[in-house]
Design a protein around this ligand. Structure first.
Ligand code: ATP
Ligand code: MG
Length: 377
């Protein structure tokens, strides 16, 4: 087999692209499906996925959309931005209504046959024309769920990248969904955002609906799930991998979903002529993934932060493990109270996490190394 090359890399180190095997998210997916099956009133019918960059929020929304579709639900999938509520009302919902409305289908067929005969003027009557009024998000959700009720299905709305910049739109959508919930309609809602962005939204008291939503933090993936997510795609693509290689690769991911794809992709590419992925390939894959995660994840995350936030992180990077808050205040030359404000802000970004009494540590793999390298430059 020496002359063969394994060209098609199964791993997907690209944001928003569903991985060959979704690692460690079965409980979250099962909870969402249960909520669809349980009926209106199930708490999981409004779910907010949160997690840092690369934790798999977009992919999770894709997965719940797929599950809803296999149950016959209709899906509206949008990313959050100003104007999105209007787009739902003027484009997404009308399209689904046209699709779900049996009358609409019949009048289309009729108009085709009629225009071929001598009745004159094809009459394409849409539902909107039969009931003239200005359709709103709320009225269209009601109409759509009425149409779907006989099938026992409903409509799922997903919103990716929620943030305050689209607060007005989120309010409009949340109110329409909340109203549908109150009327016992088969509507489900799933949104995703960075933890700090979601926190900021939930402080807005108009969004009670969102505050009551199930908040599902997308955490690091367990070791056995990482093993499967690395090993399965390799085997499925016809290559092999020994225990040592798998251990090296898995350890290099630290359970961080994006790194599973980065490490997998990089180790695959080290020697495409070898059927076996060796421990050496895995080591080189991890080294390459480490560099790429800095560029793709850490760099943009740091760009979102203030200068003081970054100085705080630099002060932490001087240590090899958890840092005492007292040391940070000293290193920054600020008061303990001032430092603790920044501690809270950074914990909200999920870049750092409390690590025992009075200590903090990095919560994203290789961020410490990345900051050290940046300081040296
Ligand atoms: N559970 C998982 N198992 C394996 N790989 C995953 C998993 N979740 C996500 N990934 C991979 O991680 C990468 C990032 O996923 P995704 O784009 O969903 O992250 P995100 O949280 O939406 O990031 P961002 O905040 O930048 O939008 C993708 O390459 C995806 O294939
Ligand atoms: Mg995303």
């Amino acid at each position: 087999m020496a002359d063969r090359t394994w060209g098609t890399n199964p791993f997907t180190p690209t944001f928003g692209v569903t991985p060959p095997r979704l690692a460690g998210r079965d409980p979250e997916l099962a909870a969402f499906v249960d909520a669809l099956d349980e009926g209106p009133g199930a708490p999981g019918r409004a779910t907010l996925f949160t997690g840092p960059r690369g934790s798999g929020k977009t992919v999770m929304l894709n997965a719940v959309e797929d599950l809803a579709k296999t149950r016959g639900w209709l899906v509206i999938s949008q990313s959050t931005r100003p104007g999105v509520a209007e787009e739902l009302a003027t484009s997404d919902l009308p399209a689904l209504l046209a699709y779900a409305d049996p009358e609409e289908g019949r009048s289309e067929v009729t108009s085709v046959s009629v225009s071929g005969a001598t009745f004159g003027g094809g009459v394409t009557r849409t539902r909107a024309e039969r009931h003239p009024r200005t359709p709103t998000l709320r009225s269209q959700l009601a109409e759509l769920t009425d149409l779907l009720r006989p099938n026992g299905t409903g409509v799922l709305i997903t919103l990716d990248e929620v943030h305050r910049a689209a607060l007005t739109d989120l309010r409009v959508i949340a109110q329409a969904v909340q109203h549908a919930f109150r009327e016992g309609r088969d509507v489900a809602f799933a949104a995703a955002g960075l933890p700090a962005a979601v926190d900021a939204l939930l402080r807005d008291d108009v969004l009670t609906f969102l505050r009551r939503a199930e908040r599902v933090p997308l955490r690091d993936v367990s070791d056995p799930a990482v093993d499967l997510a690395l090993h399965d795609p390799v085997l499925a693509a016809g290559r092999t991998m020994g225990d040592e290689a798998l251990a090296v690769a898995a350890q290099g991911t630290h359970g961080y979903p994006f790194l599973v794809q980065l490490v997998g992709h990089a180790m695959w590419d080290v020697d495409r002529t070898s059927r076996q992925i060796t421990a050496e390939h895995a080591r080189r894959g991890v080294a390459s993934a480490r560099r790429r995660v800095g560029r793709l994840v850490h760099e943009p995350a740091l760009a979102d932060l203030s200068a003081v936030d970054r100085a705080f992180l630099d002060a932490m990077a001087l240590d090899d493990g958890p840092t005492r808050m007292g040391d940070i205040a000293v290193r920054l030359g600020v008061s303990a109270g001032y430092a603790s404000q920044y501690r809270l802000r950074l914990i909200a970004t999920a870049l750092i996490a409390p690590a025992g009494y009075g200590r903090v540590d990095f919560a994203v793999p290789y961020l410490r190394e990345y900051l050290r390298k940046r300081m040296r430059r």
